[in-house]
Design a protein around this ligand. Structure first.
Ligand SMILES: [Zn+2]
Length: 779
């Protein structure tokens, strides 16, 4: 072990500077490239990253952080935990052991085939990355299959790098898994720990045998609230793994929050090192570590540069934290707080940005430079990094004093917000009466969630506008033509509350980000969302305001075509934050309030333009919940205030809708109630209306539209199916408070499915309506 601090990273973006991995993978799927082509591209991307990290001065380079699709899926394959339906999915002509066979099984688990469903996908902690959820049961037989980490270790070794393989740790692997469909009720994957540990032991021994000195075991699940039994399992796992005679040294890594009660548990084990996050809320690791007496005899990898935001670090502060940590472990190395998977590759590629602003940004390459600088400052003294510290200070000063980050008008308006500004003045029951009188809707009113299919024609029009082949007027005419068709279809089908279909929206966050002051959009800032899907999150860099209306023209264009009410459609403030990179120089509660005020102006403009119904979508409300339960209340307080501030400026007879894209909302039900929206639509079709019973049990007092059409599937639901779902819903919710709508927006579907599905939806609503005691359902 060296005595001087070195710099390291937990992981790095996988896609390559030109998203080569995405292109190669999609070419393989389309049959335009062979398995060998794809694997060669992947190997080259790995080599390039290792060489670049070494050239930058990273002292210990990781391996096995690369993935063709997802690192949790890789862990399932490494442990032999592959569902039989995916093992059987390889084509008959692919011989077991060949790359063709391996990739067929791997991608069957990742994406499904015509015959078998893929693994479920869910969010990786509170990031916007999605992992595939391993399926385990009492019959699961683990088997070591360390080919991937061994191959990648050997590849790097050939280049002269002895890397630190990164594996998902056994506790997190089990806690991130779910029981398979045939597992008995109540089965907990963690009960498989004793069966799993010998497989980890075998893999560790194999890695040691080829020369690995350190192996990193990622245990991010330990930063969440854990039960005593789970903490006991953690102690047992690392007692067993450290008792092995032939193994590399073990570095147990945690990130995204502080370890809390898991810190003393891990500190007491014989693992040789811990990697801890010291940024944001995880800064609580520092006092916790101090009160524990540090990590005598152990290595500490100190995550002092935020690995998830895109801002230049405060180098002086990080250096001071690192210097404090030097006294708390036998040896300290410097790293970003987590894998750099969650940030784009290189800020210098953003040539369209003002150079003043660009130097505030640190993507993966810049963060790598920052940890190298910090390690050097610690090892050789701060004089050796004086130029970097000076440049860092200048960048931070320019950000702190910029007119972009400080708009006095926005600040004054935020400061003047009173609690009553975030409350509607009329209670819900009175509003409901006024809204029913204004809208005159039948019982079980039908509507959709907002978007209609984004056709190839629409995407072509956007591309032509970008390329300058059509002008703004030409683009507008193409969109207006689409709106005419969408409105005509809805009228003919008999829907009650119409939408304009959102043909003009490239993305529900980016569309608004491009129009709001304070948001930046990047050209190359791609971040992996899942598999080959990459997103370019906007950056909230400054004070947010709305220089001009954003949706009013489109709303008018649609409403002028029909006598039926058309919904105004907006993305809510919490979702705008959740799917953007946010400022780190002020509390989120301040940023969200600025966004809420900008959106509030849009809501009141929609009302003034004649909208009787305005929908503000908050699909990210639940997914943004902090990892620790103790932090939930303060998050929900500012999140619900932001929604209310957005929507509370309207008259009593203007109906506010909101939409959420999931069914599991038990833990935020009281927050949903606090939103005080008049109508909420939720996903429910796949859970057979369980949502309706939950809303009833919770005494939800307002109107609700639990989805009756699963839009995640190309299947067209029959009138009878939808009728059945509505009857189930009516067993729990009164007819006068029940809406009829799909689970979510229709933009990913095709017209060929949407047309008959919505016709069936309207037919089902009419059929059930006819059986109600009073034809208007008490409206
Ligand atoms: Zn949705």
């Amino acid at each position: 072990m060296t005595t001087h601090p070195i710099a390291t990273v937990h992981g790095y973006p996988r896609q390559g500077p030109g998203r080569e991995l995405k292109r190669a993978t999609e070419a393989y799927w389309a049959g335009h490239a062979t398995a060998a082509d794809l694997l060669a591209t992947a190997a080259k991307l790995r080599r390039d990253v290792w060489q670049q990290l070494a050239a930058t001065g990273i002292g210990e380079i990781p391996s096995n952080h690369f993935s063709l699709y997802d690192h949790v899926l890789d862990a399932a394959f490494m442990l032999g935990a592959v569902p039989p339906r995916h093992r059987a999915a390889a084509p008959a002509d692919a011989r077991p052991g060949t790359p063709e066979h391996m990739l067929a099984v791997y991608f069957a688990a990742a994406r499904g085939t015509a015959d078998v469903a893929p693994l479920e996908m869910t969010k990786w902690f509170d990031t916007n990355y999605h992992y595939l959820v391993p399926e385990l049961g009492p019959d699961t037989v683990f088997r070591a299959d360390p080919g991937k980490p061994l191959t990648e270790f050997a590849e790097a070794k050939l280049l002269g790098h002895t890397t630190r393989p990164v594996l998902l740790g056994p506790i997190s692997f089990l806690l991130l898994s779910k029981p398979h469909a045939d597992a008995p009720a109540g089965f907990q994957p963690l009960t498989l720990l004793d069966r799993l540990l010998p497989v980890y032991a075998e893999i560790l021994a194999d890695l040691r045998a080829v020369g690995a000195e350190w192996v990193q075991l990622d245990e991010p699940a330990l930063v969440q609230d854990r039960t005593p039994a789970e903490l006991d399992a953690t102690a047992r796992a690392y007692r067993d793994l450290t008792a092995l005679t032939s193994r590399p040294r073990l570095l147990v890594a945690s990130y995204f929050d502080a370890l809390g009660e898991a810190l003393p548990v891990l500190a007491r084990t014989a693992v040789e090192g811990l990697a801890l996050d010291f940024t944001g809320p995880a800064a609580a690791n520092l006092p916790a570590l101090a009160s524990l007496g540090g990590l005598p005899g152990k290595r500490l990898v100190a995550g002092v540069v935020d690995g998830r935001n895109i801002w230049t670090a405060h180098l002086e502060q990080a250096l001071a934290t690192s210097a404090t940590l030097l006294g708390l472990a036998n040896h300290v190395d410097i790293a970003p707080s987590c894998s750099l998977l969650h940030v784009p590759l290189d800020a210098t590629a953003e040539r369209d940005l003002d150079p003043q602003v660009r130097r505030w940004l640190a993507f993966a390459r810049q963060k790598t430079d920052e940890v190298v600088t910090l390690a050097r400052g610690l090892a050789e003294g701060r004089d050796t990094i004086a130029p970097q510290l000076a440049a860092n200070r200048a960048a931070r000063d320019s950000r702190a004093t910029s007119t972009l980050t400080h708009d006095p008008a926005v600040r004054a308006r935020c400061a003047a917000v009173r609690p009553e500004d975030a409350r509607r003045t009329t209670p819900y029951t009175e509003r409901a009466t006024a809204q029913h009188a204004r809208l005159g809707l039948p019982a079980l009113p039908t509507t959709t969630i907002g978007s209609f299919p984004q056709t190839a024609d629409l995407r072509t029009a956007r591309a032509e506008l970008r390329a300058g082949r059509i002008d703004a007027a030409g683009y507008r005419e193409r969109m207006a033509a689409e709106i005419r068709e969408v409105i005509a279809f809805q009228e003919k089908t008999g829907l009650d509350v119409l939408v304009h279909g959102e043909p003009e929206r490239n993305d529900m966050v980016q569309y608004f980000a491009e129009q709001l002051t304070g948001f930046l959009t990047t050209r190359h800032g791609w971040v992996q969302s899942y598999g080959t899907r990459y997103v370019r999150p906007p950056v909230i860099a400054g004070d947010v305001s709305r220089p001009h209306p954003m949706t009013i023209d489109w709303y008018r264009c649609a409403q002028d075509l029909t006598d039926r009410p058309v919904k105004g459609m907006l993305t809510g403030p919490v979702t705008m934050l959740a799917w953007s990179f946010v400022r780190d120089d002020q509390p989120l509660a301040d940023t969200v309030r600025q966004v809420a005020l900008a959106l509030r102006d849009e809501v009141t403009d929609l009302e003034a333009a004649g909208a009787a119904v305005v929908q503000v979508d908050e699909p990210a409300l639940r997914e943004t919940l902090p990892l620790r339960r103790t932090a939930h209340a303060s998050y929900l307080a500012w999140a619900t205030e932001a929604f209310s501030l957005t929507t509370s400026g309207v008259r009593a007879d203007t109906q506010i809708h909101t939409h959420m894209c999931y069914a599991e909302f038990g833990d935020i039900l009281s927050a949903i109630d606090d939103l005080d929206a008049d109508v909420i639509s939720l996903e429910a079709a796949r859970s057979a209306m369980a949502v309706a019973a939950e809303l009833a049990t919770a005494g939800y007092p307002r109107e609700a539209g639990p989805g009756v059409y699963d839009i995640h599937s190309p299947r067209v639901p029959t009138t009878e199916e939808i009728t059945g779902l509505l009857r189930t819903a009516l067993a729990h919710l009164p007819a006068e408070r029940l809406w009829v709508n799909p689970d979510c927006g229709l933009k990913t579907r095709h017209w060929a499915e949407v047309r008959p599905a919505l016709e069936n939806l309207v037919a089902a609503a009419r059929a059930v309506r006819a059986t109600l005691a009073t034809p208007d359902g008490g409206r």
